[in-house]
Design a protein around this ligand. Structure first.
Ligand SMILES: Nc1ncnc2c1ncn2[C@@H]1O[C@H](COP(=O)(O)OP(=O)(O)OP(=O)(O)O)[C@@H](O)[C@H]1O
Ligand SMILES: [Mg+2]
Length: 217
């Protein structure tokens, strides 16, 4: 494994894990590091948006193939265990670990993005949290800034620490230009109750990498 690595998870799906992971990867690459990216499974390829592994590759400047970034890729927008079952297969944890190991070998840093949240099944008996534990990288938890986020974030922190995972930081995303009282209070409350650093990431122009602010965890 690369000496440095990070595993980006979130309080759920669509909270901005890919955008945050891409920003971290872009920052490390901008600092002169050779960055590789990894995502255990991508689902929803039927939808016509830039796929997670494609944005991660673009942001990191990595020359990895689709297969080297995300060994399992499926069309339906379903949980990976279901998307795999619909394709008549099962995700093999050892293949995931091996792909991540290989990706880490010739890089200074490996930026990993989970799927959904920590308790999402990759296979019927292997959760995203199990993979995070097997890889051993510190976690970044992505959460929304708005009402409801305290509970979701603290549940995720608790689920991480129960499995002895280290929570390096929480990122509230997308952070508004002018946060209201609730959003400001959420940031302070989460920092205090989670006892972890809380960063924020604004809304980005995803096309223009050069306009992205750095995000150093
Ligand atoms: N900071 C941001 N700036 C611009 N767009 C954003 C930002 N954060 C999230 N989005 C948009 O919101 C949507 C969800 O973000 P993203 O794909 O990063 O979530 P995710 O947690 O990775 O989702 P999934 O669970 O499907 O992997 C995307 O369309 C993304 O482009
Ligand atoms: Mg994503």
């Amino acid at each position: 494994m690369a000496a440095a690595g990070i595993f980006v998870t979130g309080t759920g799906t669509e909270v901005g894990k890919t955008v945050v992971a891409a920003t971290i990867a872009r920052t490390l690459a901008g600092d002169g590091q050779r960055v590789h990216v990894f995502k255990p499974a991508v689902t929803g390829l039927d939808e016509e948006v830039e796929a997670d592994h494609a944005l991660l590759r673009r942001a990191s400047g990595s020359g990895q193939s689709d297969e080297e970034i995300a060994p399992y890729r499926y069309g339906p927008p379903a949980s990976p265990h279901l998307a795999a079952a619909l394709a008549g297969e099962e995700i093999d944890p050892e293949r995931l670990r091996e792909t991540a190991r290989t990706a880490a070998e010739d890089a200074d840093a490996l930026v990993c993005e989970g799927v959904g949240g920590l308790l999402v099944p990759l296979s019927p008996t292997y959760l995203v949290r199990d993979l995070a534990a097997d890889l051993g990288y510190p976690l970044v938890i992505v959460a929304t800034p708005s009402l409801g986020t305290i509970n979701h974030t603290l549940l995720t922190v608790e689920a991480a620490r129960t499995a002895n995972l280290h929570v390096a930081a929480i990122v509230l995303n997308p952070w508004p230009e002018q946060p209201n009282k609730i959003e400001q209070s959420n940031r302070e409350t989460i920092a205090a109750l989670a006892d972890a650093p809380v960063h924020t990431l604004p809304h980005l122009d995803l096309v223009d990498l050069r306009s992205w602010p750095p995000l150093r965890i």
